[in-house]
Design a protein around this ligand. Structure first.
Ligand SMILES: Cc1ncc(COP(=O)(O)O)c(C=O)c1O
Length: 459
């Protein structure tokens, strides 16, 4: 059953009225985006390049970014906490990245032959994650796709175990039980595998088994039931598409043990956490090393790229061409130049210290507001990422997100931010990402807007 505001101090009618007012305000402030959206609709389905950019009544079209700021096409200025879905930890138009990319531009941008830059980046990823072998990709989707191929190639098995409610990109094996609707998801202890959209062979879902997050016993049951059929287990060490759900203490350690005991490949999808929650991502933060790690987003300093890290044993399968890992643009010099600049010169140990401190500051500010106005909410965060979860109770898995979060309050907070100069991720499922360019004034702006939301909601 979904939680309602009825038994909190928050008045649902008030939230509905404020939401209507704020929606109208957003529409009014972003008229030029509306014009572009009308034009875009003629050439792109739903008027957007990617489904995730879809928003109601239209997406806010961005004109430019500088540091921690973005400006939309109507000239509205925002402090950017969206940060390109967590890609831009380096900040917009970072001069260090810009210089590296410009230099590479003048020396040629693509050869489909290796350049030294790819070695430098792979060496740095090995240093950060401790996994010995690396290959490059062009996106998070490709990274998790390659990881699944590795797991299947190494074991000769087909079944992939994934976490219910997690998104790992849009290739077939992982487009299962991403956001399953309650009426289809089945029993918690044995969830149905629910395809996410059309377009996959009818047998795809039968080769992916969802299990609840933060429940090692459920994973153990699935591994035992499917003994001899499982290729690997893929999970985000901290779930990041349903606000943020951190792993319970000991959970990742137990998952690691179970994967080894059952001889299946453990894949960490660190597309969101990688280089954002710590230098070596969640692997460093929680001290558990998988067999394969998938990266993208923040590691390439704002250019499109990704990477897969693996054990020596798995690397041999790739080296021998038995598991095919390849692509025209893999290790593209321009992307490598941006990645090298980001990883070696911008996201330095000192930068991580400052990002962690800023995140604590921002979470602390939001916690004080929550307490002052008695909101049914709490904050969760790690490294450069955090969020306000509109639930008085902790959230441990996807079904909690469905039933315990006050989704209308999350939606309203997003509207308040967008209407008052704080750029946030579209939709209600995401988190903020800080960059090295965020200053105290930006954090204050976030908290001030959150306070005006809280005070209006409290009446
Ligand atoms: C955890 C996770 N894995 C994989 C992906 C897919 O990455 P991409 O959008 O670069 O294909 C995403 C995208 O948001 C993600 O959040």
């Amino acid at each position: 059953m979904t939680v309602t505001l009825e038994n909190t101090d928050v008045d649902p009618a008030r939230v509905a009225a404020l939401t209507e007012r704020e929606r109208a305000r957003l529409t009014e402030r972003t008229r030029r985006s509306g014009e572009l959206f009308a034009r875009a609709g003629a050439v792109m389905p739903a008027g957007v390049p990617s489904q995730f950019q879809k928003a109601d009544p239209w997406p806010v079209y961005v004109d430019r970014g500088d540091g921690a700021r973005v400006w939309d096409v109507d000239g509205n200025e925002y402090a950017d906490f969206h940060n390109g879905f967590g890609v831009m930890c380096v900040g917009h138009a970072n001069p260090v990245i810009a210089e590296a990319v410009k230099q590479r531009m003048d020396a040629g941008t693509h050869f489909a032959a290796p350049t030294e830059g790819s070695i430098v980046v792979a060496e740095e990823l090995r240093r950060r994650w401790g996994l010995p072998q690396w290959r490059f990709t062009n996106s998070g989707t490709e990274s998790t796709m390659d990881a699944v191929h590795l797991a299947r190639g190494a074991t000769g098995n087909d079944v992939l175990i994934k976490i219910e409610g997690t998104y790992h990109g849009h290739h077939d094996a992982v487009m299962v039980s991403v956001k399953p609707p309650p009426e289809l998801m089945g029993e918690r202890d044995h969830p149905n595998a629910v395809p996410y959209g059309l377009g996959y062979p009818s047998t795809t879902a039968s080769q992916t088994r969802p299990v609840p997050f933060n429940d090692a016993d459920a994973l153990e049951r699935a591994l035992t039931e499917l003994e001899g059929q499982v290729a690997g287990v893929i999970l985000e060490p901290a779930m990041m598409n349903v606000n943020i759900i951190p792993p319970d203490p000991g959970y990742l350690e137990r998952v690691r043990e179970l994967a080894s005991e059952h001889g299946v490949v453990l894949i960490f999808d660190e597309v969101k956490t990688g280089a954002a929650v710590a230098a070596g991502g969640a692997t460093e933060l929680y001290g558990v090393t998988p067999d394969v790690v998938c990266l993208a987003k923040a590691i390439c300093g704002g250019l499109p790229g990704g990477a897969v890290g693996m054990t020596d044993e798995l690397g041999e399968l790739v080296a021998a061409g038995r598991v095919r890992q390849q692509g025209t643009f893999n290790g593209n010099p321009l992307v490598m130049a941006a990645a090298e600049a980001a990883l070696l010169h911008v996201l330095t140990p000192g930068a991580y210290e400052r990002l962690h401190a800023a995140n604590r500051e921002l979470m602390g500010g939001c916690e004080r507001v929550i307490e002052r106005y008695g909101l049914p909410a709490h904050t969760v965060g790690m490294g450069a990422k955090g969020c306000v979860v509109m639930s008085a109770e902790p959230i441990r898995e996807y079904r909690d997100y469905l039933t315990k979060i006050h989704h209308p309050l999350t939606e309203l907070a997003w509207l308040y931010h967008m209407n008052r100069g704080v750029f946030m991720t579209p939709g209600v499922d995401e988190e903020w990402t800080l960059s090295v360019m965020h200053e105290d004034a930006d954090l204050r702006r976030y908290v001030e807007v959150f306070e005006s939301f809280a005070s209006d909601v409290a009446g």
